[in-house]
Design a protein around this ligand. Structure first.
Ligand code: F6P
Length: 541
């Protein structure tokens, strides 16, 4: 079957099953087993993952067609091309080798790239050990705090991972400044001692305006208290010469090649703040988890392959069922920044309107990704998820075990709430049941009907759940690599380049010109009426 024929068959099949109750699929006693996949259960691997996608309207026919879609998109060949370092980021002529950072790239990858990254990893380890032991210290003694200045991929990964792995922190405290809003720098620096603070300037290009503005501000803040601020600064960048121009000596610049995309970069020097916080051994475990997922992604048959199956549920919900968004709902407070991290990973990667060859996409690109940790979200936007007019597929994440053994009751409640939500979404509550509830409260006739209708849950709303043993560095690595490969698979099926981001450029260019127009008396006559009115108002204030 040709690719277009598979898409049509999927659309036709969806029409025939759209009104079916998901719950009815569980008449098959094997449903939960057949529509779930596991990693690490058999070998007792500590990073056990269970991906359950049985609470969706996917059936054997749909899954078979989706698997054929992956085949016909050339997924196996594209996957091999990525791992072997071919320039699959065609619009930038670059290889895509974040897997090399976890040691899982193919032997075909250029030897000098592998050597460079191994040498950098070993320098990072030596540096992190020296900072943590106090051998490399500030004028005030051992560094107590680390401030990472970066934005986008040079911020979201380390912020998210540092929060996620808080129980493993035994190094300096970590802080992050990303927004060009001076409030971010001011609030972060307040209370920090410049004499015991290490600064990481993380920017792949070392030219991003937000990062360079914040770096200059932090340098000024330090200069008021220490003689040589640059001595307490390190750079994480592909542009080593620019970092040197900025006064950071080569031995404190940790570089990486252009084959590491910003949003895929937490595994290398961009993860230095994480390595400082949890130590180089903990960081290695984080990489090991990702490497385990890489191995699984490369070798497991598609029908058992977690990233492939996660991607196929995404394609089914977005491109076939037409659900425009997906909610990522970690029942894990320490994954509170995972939705923000995934917004960049997924939307910067797959939010495109043309295919790799420049032709218009004939179907929607990736979905809007959003979310908040449970249980907080339940008291905010779950109302809409359960009873709104639009269907929002939900992706739940939950650990079997927390890190607070003395608070086991909290964790039981967390698990119960997570499972309750996916069950409620699927089961819903019928009008009859709602009427019965109202009758039991003594309501009658019109009032009973009116009140009952508000208490109906349509149900039949799909969700998937990723259950893991405990949020260790290794498990976090597995989860992030799972999502990276999911994005890759979705991108291949949609025929787009998941590794460029031209859509961020226009706004950056206009911002440079607009900054000039904020000067009083500047000639803004070439601008539209709205922009001129806003400029006038904002100049005044
Ligand atoms: O604006 C988008 C972007 O290019 C991201 O892709 C990237 O992660 C971020 O900016 C930061 O870029 P840099 O690391 O070069 O400062």
């Amino acid at each position: 079957m040709k690719t277009e024929a598979i898409w049509s068959a999927l659309a036709d099949h969806h029409l025939t099953v759209a009104d079916r109750a998901i719950l009815s699929l569980f008449d098959d006693p094997n449903r939960a087993d057949a529509f779930s996949a596991r990693l690490g259960y058999e070998d007792g691997h500590s990073g056990q993952l269970l991906f359950d996608f049985s609470k969706t309207n996917l059936d054997g026919t749909a899954l078979d067609l989706l698997l054929r879609l992956a085949d016909s998109a050339g997924l196996a060949a594209r996957r091999a091309a990525m791992f072997s370092g071919e320039p699959i980021n065609e619009t930038e002529g670059r290889a895509v080798l974040h897997t090399m950072l976890r040691g899982t790239a193919d032997p075909a990858v250029r030897g000098d790239w592998v050597q460079d990254q191994l040498a950098t990893r070993s320098r990072m380890r030596v540096f992190a050990d020296a900072v943590r032991s106090g051998d490399f210290a500030g004028p005030g003694g051992t560094f107590t705090d680390v401030v990472n200045i970066g934005i986008g991929g040079s911020d979201l990964g380390p912020v998210m991972a540092c929060l996620a792995l808080a129980p493993y922190h035994d190094g300096p405290r970590t802080h992050f400044i990303s927004n060009v809003d001076g409030a971010h720098a001011a609030d972060t620096l307040r209370g920090l001692n410049p004499r015991t603070t290490l600064v990481i300037i993380a920017s792949k290009t070392f030219s991003t305006i937000e990062t360079m503005t914040n770096a200059a501000t932090v340098r000024d803040w330090m200069a008021a208290s220490v003689a040589y601020p640059a001595a307490q600064m390190v750079a994480v960048s592909s542009a080593e010469e620019r970092a040197a121009e900025w006064g950071i000596p080569a031995d404190r610049v940790f570089g990486f090649g252009d084959y590491i995309g910003g949003r895929y970069s937490v595994w290398g020097p961009v993860g230095l703040s994480l390595m400082l916080a949890i130590g180089s051994d903990g960081f290695s475990q984080f990489l090991d988890g990702a490497a385990a997922m890489d191995g699984h992604f490369r070798h497991a048959p598609f029908a058992e392959n977690l990233p492939v199956l996660l991607a196929l549920t995404g394609v089914w919900h977005n491109q076939i069922c037409g659900y425009a968004t997906r909610a990522v709902l970690p029942y894990d407070q320490r994954l509170s920044r995972l939705p923000a991290y995934l917004q960049q990973l997924e939307m910067e990667s797959n939010g495109k309107r043309v295919a790799m060859d420049g032709s218009d996409l004939t179907r929607n690109s990736g979905p809007v990704v959003w979310g908040e940790p449970g249980t907080n979200g339940q008291h905010a936007f779950y109302q809409m998820i359960h009873q709104g007019t639009r269907v929002i597929p939900c992706e739940f994440l939950i650990a079997a075990e927390g890190h607070e053994p003395t608070l086991a009751q909290h964790h039981r409640l967390l698990i119960a709430n997570c499972l309750a939500q996916s069950e409620a979404l699927m089961r819903g509550r019928s009008l009859d049941t709602a009427r019965g509830m109202m009758a039991a409260r003594g309501l009658v006739e019109a009032e009973l009907d009116r009140q009952a209708r508000h208490r109906v849950f349509p149900g039949n709303r799909p969700s998937v759940t990723l259950a893991y043993r405990k949020l260790t560095p290794q498990v976090l690595g597995m989860i992030l690599a799972l999502y990276e490969h999911r994005v890759f698979v979705e991108g291949i099926i949609l025929g787009i380049n998941s590794f460029d981001q031209w859509g961020v450029e226009l706004g950056k260019e206009l911002a440079v010109a607009l900054e000039m127009l904020l000067v009083p008396g500047a000639d803004d006559s070439a601008k539209d009426g709205s922009t001129r009115t806003l400029l006038a108002h904002l100049r005044r204030s």
